[in-house]
Design a protein. Structure first.
Ligand SMILES: CCCCCCCCC/C=C/C(=O)SCCNC(=O)CCNC(=O)[C@H](O)C(C)(C)COP(=O)(O)OP(=O)(O)OC[C@H]1O[C@@H](n2cnc3c(N)ncnc32)[C@H](O)[C@@H]1OP(=O)(O)O
Ligand SMILES: NC(=O)C1=CN([C@@H]2O[C@H](COP(=O)(O)OP(=O)(O)OC[C@H]3O[C@@H](n4cnc5c(N)ncnc54)[C@H](OP(=O)(O)O)[C@@H]3O)[C@@H](O)[C@H]2O)C=CC1
Length: 299
């Protein structure tokens, strides 16, 4: 299978430095690989050292000889503020700059809201909302406040709510709002802050997270968008690279939906037929409606 090649100009990000959380798998791996190809050194960061090291080895093989970029794996649990401080400090010690932050690390489990424990709810909020906040705040305070930069937050298609994953819907919606607040607060430092909201994006690692339910969730999801297929991580990466690039120099506080119209289209979640809803008030309109629904009722 041919390797995916960036549509952007080679050297576009030469000598820039990025942190990509969750950079060793799925969407983060595609983003990191494309940045490396374009000359940007990338620190890939997540909780599991072995996975990161293997991903870094694989990426090193694919960096074109023309690219000055290097890839560094560093562990960090974004839920821990101390971990995030240590990560940012290590990156500055090693590279002396941080041009880009891509807050991609995150995830959730499926569950009806009524079955979610407080611990499970908090795990998802802490990861996706608080973890993103930790990374934004630390990178800003330690570097971007004085030097500018670009931040991209990866969120999700939660625009119509997120039944079955209410915790992540709430967290990602909050990050959409956080993106706007930070873009305003940090504008005077020359920091642009944007978000990307993916539709359903297939990767083996994303699917495996849902265990035996994974193949069904992803395959079922394929028809709920205008493309009638799943997206792949490279289709998120190109949007992220665009938003990081000078081509997006007039874009901040925005969320780009990369979902083939999934958020405009109908939801996967079926509401069963039921009679539990409050009845409509009696009156001439309800009488007329009954006649339309059941013409014989007039007889
Ligand atoms: C239908 C919609 C269609 C939607 C249509 C389908 C669309 C698919 C779109 C795909 C979107 C993606 O994001 S795909 C990418 C997904 N990738 C990921 O999610 C990777 C990262 N995820 C994670 O690490 C986990 O999911 C996350 C919960 C966030 C953190 O887990 P940890 O084990 O590290 O967390 P801990 O602090 O130990 O807490 C774990 C607690 O969380 C709860 N918990 C964790 N997994 C659980 C599970 N499978 N079922 C119940 N509860 C669970 C329990 O309460 C656990 O406590 P105990 O009971 O005490 O153990
Ligand atoms: N695939 C999809 O359809 C969609 C994905 N997204 C979001 O895109 C992002 C990437 O997901 P995707 O590539 O698909 O799935 P993956 O499961 O492959 O990626 C999730 C990544 O996040 C990392 N991560 C999870 N928790 C933490 C943490 N506490 N600290 C640091 N890193 C963490 C994981 O690494 P490790 O386990 O080593 O920590 C992993 O690399 C996630 O935020 C996901 O929720 C949004 C919408 C749709």
């Amino acid at each position: 299978m041919a390797a995916v090649t960036s549509v952007f100009r080679p050297g576009l990000f030469n000598h820039k430095v990025a942190i990509v959380t969750g950079g060793g798998t799925g969407i983060g791996k595609a983003i990191s690989s494309e940045l490396l190809e374009l000359g940007c050194s990338v620190v890939i960061s997540s909780r599991k050292a072995e996975k990161l090291e293997a991903a870094a080895q694989e990426m090193r093989q694919k960096i074109p000889p023309s690219s000055p970029a290097i890839v560094t794996p560093l562990t960090c649990n974004i839920r821990s503020e101390d971990d995030v401080k240590a990560l940012v400090s290590s990156v500055l010690n090693k590279y002396g700059r941080i041009d880009f932050l891509v807050n991609n690390g995150g995830g959730q489990f499926t569950s009806p809201a009524e079955n979610m424990s407080s611990k499970g709810w908090n795990a998802v909020i802490d990861t996706n909302l608080t973890g993103t906040f930790h990374c934004c705040k630390e990178v800003y305070s330690a570097w971007m406040k004085q030097h500018g930069g670009v931040i991209i937050n990866i969120i999700a298609d939660m625009w119509k709510g997120f039944p079955g994953m209410a915790h992540t819907g709430a967290a990602r919606s909050a990050v959409d709002n956080l993106t706007k607040s930070l873009s305003i607060e940090w504008a005077a430092s020359g920091v642009r802050v944007n978000a990307v909201a993916p539709g359903t994006i297939f990767s083996k690692t994303a699917m495996d997270n849902y265990k035996e339910l994974g193949p069904l969730l992803f395959t079922k999801s394929a028809k709920f968008n205008l493309a009638k297929r799943l997206g792949v991580p490279e289709e998120i990466s190109s949007a992220v690279c665009f938003l990081l690039s000078p081509a997006a120099s007039y874009i901040s506080g925005a969320t780009l939906r990369v979902d083939a119209g999934q958020s405009l289209y109908h939801s996967m979640w079926e509401v069963p037929d039921h009679n539990a809803w409050p009845q409509a008030p009696e009156g001439e309109n309800l009488d007329a409606l009954r006649e339309v629904l059941n013409p014989k009722s007039k007889l």
